[in-house]
Design a protein around this ligand. Structure first.
Ligand SMILES: Cc1cc2nc3c(=O)[nH]c(=O)nc-3n(C[C@H](O)[C@H](O)[C@H](O)COP(=O)(O)OP(=O)(O)OC[C@H]3O[C@@H](n4cnc5c(N)ncnc54)[C@H](O)[C@@H]3O)c2cc1C
Length: 207
């Protein structure tokens, strides 16, 4: 598993449940502290060591380590990862700043399957978005107003991760409902019976 975040943690659990003989999770960053320190005063969000129920199912967790290459066998199947340890420098704020590879620490970790959980950057542009020539924001998500969920292309609406970036299921549900109402308003000349955060049916109905 390459990546030490929440998705990596999900993959650790799933790998164990699928019968992996052993699971190793590699993280580029150094191991975070278990408790708040001066670099994360309250009420800032603390970057603390998280050990999830998936981790408790079993995994070797390696920190401050980078993957340099995927090594294959004669049949082209993955046999190992080539990795190197990293020495991190910390900024004045106590947060990890930059890193250097530790000379002589290169080594191989035997591996039959590598899962990449390295973070979400942006929705795929090639294909649908490129063909539509839809406008995107500075983070390369589809530009659509939270007011009406309309994109720069008439009659094309966007909601969820593609609009707000990587997020949560609750936001996907909420945006889906709000966008549905906006589509309904658009099609029905500004009349809609669909519920919205700003127009809850239960408050508007006379029971
Ligand atoms: C590994 C992982 C773990 C996560 N864990 C959590 C969690 O624990 N809790 C939480 O709240 N959130 C979690 N999330 C985030 C959550 O899954 C997303 O925020 C949510 O699914 C976004 O919903 P969406 O409908 O916007 O997009 P998606 O769920 O990504 O749905 C988009 C759909 O569109 C389809 N699609 C793409 N292109 C086209 C096309 N051209 N034509 C037709 N269909 C197309 C895709 O196949 C996909 O089915 C996780 C995400 C990942 C990747």
């Amino acid at each position: 598993m390459i990546g030490g975040g929440d998705t990596g943690s999900d993959c650790v659990g799933t790998s164990n449940r699928q019968g992996a003989v052993s699971v190793t999770q590699l993280e580029l960053l150094p191991q975070p502290p278990k408790e708040r320190n001066e670099s994360m005063p309250w009420p800032s969000y603390p970057m603390l060591l998280k050990t999830t129920t998936s981790h408790e199912e079993g995994a070797d967790r390696l920190w401050a380590i980078a993957t340099k290459a995927f090594l294959g066998d004669a049949n082209g199947a993955l046999r190992a990862l080539q990795v190197v340890d990293l020495a991190w420098s910390f900024g004045a704020d106590g947060k990890p700043g930059s890193f250097k590879e530790v000379a002589g620490s290169e080594r191989e970790i035997p591996c039959e399957l590598a899962l990449l959980a390295l973070g979400f950057t942006q929705p795929k542009y090639e294909g649908l978005l490129e063909q539509l020539q839809v406008e995107r924001d500075e983070r390369k998500n589809v530009l659509a107003s939270e007011k009406n969920y309309q994109t720069s292309i008439p009659k094309v609406f966007a909601a969820g991760d593609i609009r707000r970036g990587q997020s949560l299921v609750v936001w996907a549900i909420s945006e889906g409902r709000e966008a549905a109402r906006q589509v309904d308003l658009f099609l029905n000349h500004q009349h809609s019976l669909l519920e919205s955060k700003n127009a809850p049916l239960i408050l508007n109905s006379k029971v």
